[in-house]
Design a protein around this ligand. Structure first.
Ligand code: RAM
Length: 937
């Protein structure tokens, strides 16, 4: 959490294109955004001024101002889209925002961004690769190694280019990408810290490039730019297609790079990939995302990434040129190159081994205590030349205490080190990742905990939220949810990190998105993925089920899956307040709704349902047409609202009318006159209530029936992926947070705490992934690291801690602070919104409940103060009616409602626990304002 509140209004947390200090943006009109802090009540920005200057490589040239908004009187704006002089490619810009509060005091903050190539014409590098004929030599597999012939895996290749400079540059930037995966080096040192770069896109549509500041790595005199190239998503195994090429992209990786050097005397030089590079087979005999990586130290060529003069022949570290061949130029096309939008995958954390157990003469089992996505770094000792060290990975152990790998399906997830002459080596695979908690290391007589480390990989999305509460089980659940997010935001939002799948399933993403947005700033990450979602849309308007699209994976979007193409941009707009999410996607949203409509003119979605996964993995099935038609209405309604935000009145009207008609069709076909929804399942009511599909008078009967069904189940859960995220929020909105709490506390399946009772540290794919009675679920589909069921995370923030956004608000302009204490002693949450930090914390003691709230400048909050005595609530020690900045709105059973402006507040009230227990909870549904959902229009 950044931004300590200061009394005076001040900007902080500056971002460009939703990234802090981005290097290499491709957007010609990026969003410049700031957050505000002030602990003064009612503090708000009166006006702002943004100015932008170029930052020349040579300071002597002086800055040039390219934009000045002038003083803009706007209390709401916390961002502005750049509209100055056209941005130049490969240029650094400095920008400053100055905000002036109502009191006339001004405070400023500064940041920078740098542009990338800004168009294909800027590039001059060629795509290069190794002479593939040189790779035909395949060695017979040895013990512990994958049969290469079976898998068709091939060695990673190395590439290098030596160059001379007359002086050290004042600025050096490396623009680089691959069809495949690359890792670049300059003079023996790593260039950049992106992992699994350039990331997974549909390479037929676009290939992202990265930019690194390598000024410190280039020296005067001899230099070498070098790299390693591996298959990755481009030419390796992807998804569950058992063929290596899987008819996906290409059959051999290629590199494209440009090193731009600026000198103090004004000279500019470029070192680009081309026919003057050298290549050779690397000691990485194969590297595959699913199969694993094999590094043969006997084939190591020391000095390969340094100038020939950089080592000595006697020490064996000099580059000799032996075995290196001229690079093959495969093309000069630059049309598909795009600047990466998302923060890269990085090695973000290291996990120490919790326990190392000897399980054989040369075998050890390592427990990292946490399921995660990444790899190990192993310090191997006592090696003999040619010895093999084999590392296998698994999420769980079987009944005999060995690795349980059946659920990995065809993902071997096995890394191999083959020793050279040195008895010690450090091995960390670079071009693979695994989903695991346990590693089994074979081939070492000794292994200490200090010798092996877990390296956690995921997109480096900045953390934005924190949640804590008095129940350790719920806290562990929250941590498991975060780890589920971390393990599955690896280049794209994946379903799982371990088995031969790891695909960008759309429903998983839309269902988990509200939770993801509260945990971290995922704006740029999802902006990147949405390019893939749009790119995968069929000419007829069908969104896919997975993005990047993959031939053979159920092409046409199923209800709830394809709809993510509408739901995700809308939710991102609501959270980040950036209309670009809607502008970029509106045409695609419309095409999707038109596609569903065209094939279902009677407005009940029965046709073109793709593989219709329904309420996936639900213990109790909801009729497919109910699920589908509910989503049809939802997508039509959100498309109308998106059009409304963008001022597209015709589209707003058209899709608004369609949404009303689909709602009417839903009611006509699936809702009885007394409010029963066809199928009479939890998910049926959840969809109908959350999506506003019920005629006015039937909302309360339906809410009542939902509560009955939840109670009749134990209270218990009978939903799958589509219903689960709605369960607690809808019960809460219906006046039954007590039931949401009851579900949260449940420990037998289906429940959130059941997996934790069985050692889970991430969210499982299935409610019953393992049970005492039956053991593991079917190995064919049983991931222990799927985030969809973790969508309860949203309610931990919004319900338990009470930190949420009001319906109808965007960009956290109006907060809804409505804690649901249940039987907990305390809970708190903090969230770095686009406006600034929001905080809630409540605690009960000695019959009193205290609620602390922090509202960022310019925002307002509707606060429901839990109170046994709504009339007796105090703020800052005085009766709430007398408190500055607080407007009392009314009371409801067990709470006082008020509106507050920005600032910090401390409410105290009589603990409502006793009062609430006395009231029959179900009665709430029939009182008060009635349920209100974001979708109500
Ligand atoms: C499974 C995936 C994913 C789900 C689809 C329908 O294979 O793991 O979670 O969305 O099926």
């Amino acid at each position: 959490m950044s931004g300590d509140p200061t009394p005076a209004l001040a900007p902080h947390g500056l971002r460009c294109a939703h990234l802090a200090e981005p290097l290499g943006i491709g957007d010609p009109a990026p969003l410049l955004a700031w957050r505000l802090s002030s602990s003064r009540r009612g503090a708000a920005q009166a006006r702002y001024r943004v100015r932008v200057w170029t930052v020349p490589a040579r300071p002597a040239e002086g800055e040039e101002q390219v934009w000045d908004t002038g003083e803009v009187a706007d209390p709401d704006a916390v961002s502005v889209r750049y509209a100055g002089a056209p941005l130049r490619p490969r240029t650094r810009y400095r920008w400053e925002v100055a905000v002036t509060g109502a009191d006339g005091a001004t405070a400023a903050a500064a940041s920078w961004f740098e542009t990338g190539m800004l168009g294909p014409a800027e590039w001059r590098a060629s795509w290069i690769t190794h002479d593939t004929g040189d790779l035909d030599v395949v060695d017979a597999p040895e013990e512990g190694e994958l049969a290469l012939a079976d898998h068709g895996l091939q060695p990673a290749i190395r590439l290098r280019r030596a160059f001379r400079t007359a002086a050290a540059p004042v600025r050096a930037r490396l623009y680089v990408t691959a069809r495949g995966l690359y890792e670049m080096r300059l003079n023996g040192r790593r260039a950049g810290d992106a992992e699994l770069a350039p990331g997974w896109t549909d390479y037929r549509d676009r290939v992202d490039y990265q930019v690194y500041d390598v000024t410190a790595l280039v020296t005067a005199g001899e230099n070498v730019l070098a790299g390693t190239l591996a298959d990755g998503w481009w030419s390796g195994f992807v998804g569950f297609d058992p063929r290596r090429l899987g008819a996906h992209y290409g059959d051999f990786p290629e590199l494209l790079a440009e090193l731009h050097l600026d000198y103090a005397d004004g000279a500019h030089e470029v070192v680009a990939t081309g026919g003057d590079w050298l290549t050779r087979r690397s000691p990485v005999r194969y590297a595959d995302l699913l199969k694993g990586e094999c590094h043969d130290l006997r084939r190591e060529t020391p000095g390969w990434d340094r100038p020939a003069s950089g080592g000595t022949a006697s020490s064996g570290t000099a580059f000799s040129g032996t075995g290196w061949l001229p690079a093959q130029v495969t093309g000069t096309d630059h049309g598909l190159l795009t600047a990466a939008v998302a923060p890269p995958v990085r090695a973000v954390e290291e996990l120490p081994a919790r326990a190392v157990t000897r399980t054989g003469a040369d075998r050890h089992l390592v427990d990292f205590g946490q399921n995660f996505a990444g790899r190990v770094r192993l310090h191997a000792r006592g090696l003999t030349p040619g010895a093999r060290v084999v590392i296998r990975h698994a999420e769980a152990l079987d009944d005999d205490g060995g690795l349980y790998t059946d659920n990995l399906r065809t993902a071997d997830a096995t890394d191999v080190l083959i020793a050279g002459d040195d008895p010690e080596a450090v091995f960390e695979p670079r071009f693979t990742y695994h989903g695991f908690r346990y590693a089994e290391v074979t081939g070492l007589a000794e292994l200490d905990a200090a010798d092996i480390t877990g390296v956690v990989l995921h997109n480096d999305t900045p953390w934005a939220g924190e949640f804590a509460c008095s129940d350790p089980d719920v806290e562990r659940l929250y941590q498991a949810i975060r780890w589920g997010q971390r393990s599955n935001f690896v280049s794209v939002p994946t379903d799982c990190p371990q088995r031969d799948e790891r695909l960008g399933w759309l429903a998983d993403a839309q269902v988990f998105l509200p939770t993801a947005c509260l945990n971290a700033d995922v704006a740029a990450f999802f902006a990147g993925w949405l390019r893939e979602v749009r790119g995968a849309q069929s000419p007829g308007g069908a969104f896919p089920n997975v993005a990047p699209r993959l031939a053979g994976v159920a092409d046409e979007g199923a209800p709830g899956w394809g709809d993510a193409g509408v739901i995700v941009p809308w939710h991102l707009y609501r959270v980040y307040g950036d209309e670009r999410f809607l502008a970029d996607n509106l045409d695609a949203m419309r095409a999707w709704v038109d596609h569903v409509h065209r094939h279902n003119p009677d407005l009940v979605w029965r046709h073109r349902v793709g593989p219709h996964f329904a309420d996936w993995l639900a213990p109790e099935p909801t009729p497919r047409e109910v699920v589908a038609t509910a989503y049809f209405a939802r997508s039509a309604g959100l498309t109308a609202r998106a059009a409304g935000v963008l001022g597209r009145r015709d589209a707003e009207e058209r899709y608004g009318a369609l949404a009303r008609d689909v709602r009417a069709a839903f009611a006509e076909h699936f809702v009885t006159p007394d409010g029963r929804v066809a199928g009479d399942t939890q998910t049926g009511y959840l969809l109908a209530l959350a999506f506003g599909l019920l005629p006015e008078g039937l909302v309360r009967p339906a809410a009542h029936r939902l509560a009955e069904l939840v109670e009749a189940a134990g209270p218990g859960i009978t939903t799958g992926f589509l219903g689960v995220g709605l369960l607690a929020p809808v019960l809460d909105e219906c006046g039954r947070p007590d039931l949401a709490h009851a579900l949260l506390r449940r420990t037998d399946p289906p429940s959130w705490l059941h997996p934790l009772r069985h050692g889970a540290t991430t969210i499982w794919e299935r409610w019953d992934g393992y049970t005492e009675e039956r053991g593991f679920q079917a190995a064919a589909m049983n991931s222990f690291n799927h985030y969809a069921l973790g969508s309860i995370g949203e309610w931990l923030y919004q319900g338990v801690a009470g930190l949420g956004q009001a319906p109808g608000s965007a960009g956290y302009r109006e907060l809804l602070i409505r804690p649901r204490p249940g039987e907990l002693d305390w809970a708190r949450a903090a969230y770095e919104s686009v406006r600034g930090t929001v905080r809630t914390a409540w605690a009960r003691a000695d019959g009193e409940l205290r609620l602390e709230v922090a509202v960022p400048p310019g925002a307002t909050a509707i606060v429901h103060v839990p109170a046994g005595d709504p009339g007796g609530v105090r703020e800052g020690g005085v009766p709430v009616a007398e408190a500055a900045g607080v407007e009392v709105l009314g009371t409801e059973p067990g709470a006082l409602r008020c509106r507050v402006s920005s600032g910090d507040y401390r409410f105290t009230a009589a603990d409502p626990a006793a009062a609430l227990r006395a009231a029959a909870p179900a009665a709430h549904i029939h009182r008060g304002a009635g349920p209100r959902f974001e979708e109500d229009t």
